[in-house]
Design a binder for this molecule. Structure first.
Ligand code: 1GP
Length: 225
């Protein structure tokens, strides 16, 4: 995780053909994250893991539903939505997860992601009731919260569904010392991938995988020289 520059995020609730999946797994991306916001279940998560496991690429689960925690991933990401206004998504869901799974967790494989949700029209913003209108000063404050105050390994700037404002990623980059900056949202080709990768440590490519597989694949070499 510490060296990942490029990641594809696949949603267990969406269909992906064998050829496309093979292309993604063999693309030289650093990893595949399995994650989504709605209709993520144990069954669709384990099905997707089994298909990805035919390839050598590292595979991470981004946990969004305590009932869909599947063993066997290389890495587990736990989102902590820093600008959520619904307390369920700040820590209540995490406590529920720990009540159930606490004794079985291998903490060296677990990374908490300090999320800031920046697209108010995304499903994740609606679900978490996130206050998404963040100017650069607010982004810097959240970045310091994640990095200096909470010492989280990851600060995730999430624009899910739309391409974000690169100045906000730059703002976070200026103040962060240790957390890795993840950027995800609306990357639809190599130019956008390269633009965000200049300031983010890791870029996450999601939806375009389902819309234009060639453009999705072209984002890998744009980031990994
Ligand atoms: C979503 O950050 C990821 O959680 C990627 O966003 O689907 O818009 O590429 P897109």
């Amino acid at each position: 995780m510490e060296k990942w520059r490029h990641v594809f995020k696949l949603d267990p609730d969406k269909e992906i053909g064998e050829e496309a999946l093979e292309g993604l797994c063999e693309s030289r991306t650093d990893a595949i994250i399995v994650g989504g916001t709605t209709n993520v279940t144990f069954d669709n998560t384990i099905d997707l893991l089994a298909r990805i496991r035919r390839h050598a690429v590292p595979c991470a689960l981004e946990v969004s539903n305590v009932d869909a925690i599947v063993p066997g991933f290389d890495v587990y990401f736990i989102p902590l939505v820093l600008n959520a206004q619904n307390p369920e998504w700040i820590l209540n869901a995490h406590v529920k997860g720990l009540e159930e799974h606490g004794p079985f967790i291998n903490w060296k494989d677990v990374y908490v992601e300090g999320y800031v949700v920046c697209n108010e029209n995304s499903s994740v913003a609606r679900l978490t009731e996130s206050r998404a209108d963040l100017d650069e000063d607010k982004i810097k404050a959240y970045a310091r919260l994640a990095d200096q105050m909470l010492k989280l390994p990851i600060f995730y700037i999430e624009y899910s569904g739309i391409y974000g404002d690169v100045r906000k990623v730059q703002a976070a980059h200026k103040v962060i010392h240790n957390s890795r900056i993840f950027y995800g949202g609306g990357i639809s080709g190599p130019e956008q991938a390269a633009e965000m990768a200049e300031w983010a440590d890791t870029i996450i490519v999601g939806n375009i995988v389902y819309e234009d597989i060639e453009q999705a694949l072209a984002t890998v070499s744009a980031v990994k020289k």
